[in-house]
Structures are given as structure tokens and as C-alpha cells.
Write a protein that binds this ligand. Structure first.
Ligand code: URC
Length: 301
């Protein structure tokens, strides 16, 4: 019985294209995960290793990024149709193209009740957390409460820079005065009392953190964390300390120059790893530490 090549297709999976429309003060964002797969006259590549009919998956990737600017990314259906038609129409060996797109939705943050021009949180709620430690009884009773949240995904498309950093012989990073800054924020704060109106306090702290992220012209994620913590401690005298863990979700400007396409901070590759991980505690220095407050049991909180 003969052995033959059956169904086959190939392409580039999961290109993380972020397109910012920034022609006016009020930016728009489209954030997608796009994959392309081609079927056609590709048997030679499998059977003999002849690649002469193969449009590289790298080329498919470049096209996905460039089309977000050349054709625009205002609806994923049109974008996907444009991309698919391009592969089928321009490469004679391609008989069909499948384009799959996931779109991540973002919601504008409110600052003083008004929609912000260039800061969003990812749709889908963050997870609220609490960890308490009760020790002793009667007059010896202590209650330590830590509130917080995790997975608050927040992004600003301008108002962030990173310059003037220490450089050595391995430094390649170029300074930038205008970049996308995004993180999946974890924040935890320790209360000095249990006499707290928990619900409005949670909402109030979250609001301060989001508003500070949006409005502070950031010189680094480090500075943003400190200013967010400081603002929370200034607003709530019963918070002793706040801790942040913030992965720097890098958005690298995609190089479209080889295709003669201008990219003025409009098309980004949202890289998932490696990521910078910036952590900080902001604390009132007159208060004693409470190390047991931070001894995680599950690792979840
Ligand atoms: O806000 C930042 N802090 C850093 O420490 C850092 N390092 C880096 O490469 N990019 C950034 N961004």
C-alpha cells in the first residue's frame, strides 16, 4: 500500500498585533491575536523539501502587522478578509487561506468621572483578594487584614517614557520618550484596623491606583508604582503599607520600514515573555512591619 501525503496547511500562529489610532488626542486601541494558515500546492515542500512555492511563515507574520496599518484594523472581519484575500490573490500557489483572530477588548478608564484619552483596562474583571491572620484570644487578639487585587490589566498608549538609564556594554535598549506602558497589576494593602467600610474602601483604592496610572506622566514603571502607593497612603490613613507586583508587558514598535510603511507608534508587537517584573512596597516608616501578613499559603493571594 502506497504512503501518501494527506491534508496539510501551514502558517504563523498567534501574532500579537496591537494597533493604536493616535491621529487625535483621543486614541483608539485594537488588540488582536491573529493566525494565518495557507493551503495549496505545497506537496513538494513536504515530499522533497523544495521550498520554492512556500511563502515563509515569517512573511505571513510581517504581512499581518503591516496590514494593520496599510489596510487598517477597525473591524477584525474586514482585516481578516483583507489578509486572506491578499495571500490567495498574490501567491499563485495558495488555494485558500484561513485567518483566525481573537480580539481582546479594552475599556476606557474614568478619571474624575470622565473617559480618559489614552488609558484603558482590559475587559473582564480583575480578581479581588483578601488574606487575614487572626492570632491569640481575648486582649491578646490581633487581626491582620490584607486586601488587594490581581490581574488588573491596564495600558496607556502615551504619557510614558524610559530614558537616562544606566548603560553598560550589553545595553542595546534605546531610550524612548513616548511608549506604550502596560501591566497586569497585583496590589495588596495592609490595614491597621478592622473598623473599615470594606466595599467603598476597595473601590476607592482601585480608583486611585487607576487614576494615578492614567494621569501621571511616567518616567518608569518604578515611579508609577511608587506614586500609586503614595496616593493610596495619603488618602487612607488606616492603610499601613501597599505592595505592588507589575510585569512590564512590553509593546515593541513593529518595524514596517522595509515595506515603506510609516509606523509612528501605531503598530506594536505585544510580547508575552520575557517581561520586566517590577515590585515595590510603599510603607509608612513609623509603623512596624507585619511579616506574617505576607506569608502566602496557596500562592494565589
Ligand atoms: O519602566 C521600566 N522600568 C525598567 O526597569 C525597565 N527596563 C527596561 O528594559 N524597560 C523598562 N521600563
Amino acid at each position: 500500500m502506497a504512503i501518501v501525503l494527506g491534508a496539510n496547511r501551514y502558517g504563523k500562529a498567534e501574532n500579537r498585533v496591537v494597533r493604536i489610532y493616535r491621529d487625535t488626542e483621543r486614541h483608539e486601541i485594537r488588540d488582536i491575536n491573529v493566525s494565518s494558515a495557507l493551503r495549496g500546492d505545497f506537496a513538494d515542500a513536504y515530499l522533497t523539501g523544495d521550498q520554492s512555492k512556500i511563502l515563509p511563515t515569517d512573511t505571513q507574520k510581517q504581512t499581518a502587522y503591516s496590514f494593520s496599518k496599510e489596510k487598517g484594523l477597525t473591524s477584525i472581519e474586514t482585516y481578516a478578509l483583507d489578509l486572506g484575500a491578499h495571500f490567495v490573490d498574490s501567491v499563485e500557489y495558495v488555494k485558500s487561506a484561513r485567518i483566525e483572530v481573537e480580539e481582546f477588548e479594552w475599556q476606557r478608564v474614568l478619571v474624575n468621572g470622565e473617559e480618559h484619552d489614552h488609558t484603558w483596562v482590559r475587559k473582564g474583571q480583575e480578581t479581588r483578594t483578601a488574606a487575614i491572620t487572626v492570632t491569640g484570644s481575648g486582649d491578646d487578639r490581633t487581626n491582620i487584614v490584607v486586601g488587594g487585587f490581581k490581574d488588573l490589566i491596564i495600558l496607556k498608549s502615551t504619557g510614558s517614557e524610559f530614558t537616562g538609564f544606566y548603560e553598560d556594554e550589553y545595553t542595546l535598549l534605546e531610550p524612548t520618550t513616548d511608549r506604550v506602558m502596560a501591566t497586569s497589576l497585583v496590589a495588596q494593602w495592609r490595614f491597621t484596623t478592622t473598623n473599615v467600610d470594606w466595599e467603598p474602601t476597595y473601590l476607592g483604592i482601585k480608583k486611585i491606583i487607576i487614576e494615578t496610572f492614567a494621569t501621571l506622566h511616567s518616567l518608569a514603571l518604578q515611579q508609577t508604582l511608587y506614586e500609586m502607593g503614595k496616593a493610596v497612603l495619603e488618602a487612607y490613613d488606616f492603610i499601613a503599607e501597599i505592595r505592588f507586583s507589575a510585569p512590564n508587558k512590553h509593546h515593541f514598535v513593529y518595524n514596517l520600514q522595509p515595506f515603506g510603511v510609516e509606523n509612528n507608534n501605531e503598530v506594536f508587537n505585544a510580547d508575552d515573555r520575557p517581561y520586566g517584573l517590577i515590585e515595590a512596597t510603599v510603607i509608612r516608616d513609623e509603623l512596624s512591619a507585619a511579616p506574617e501578613a505576607w506569608e502566602s499559603y496557596t500562592g494565589l493571594v
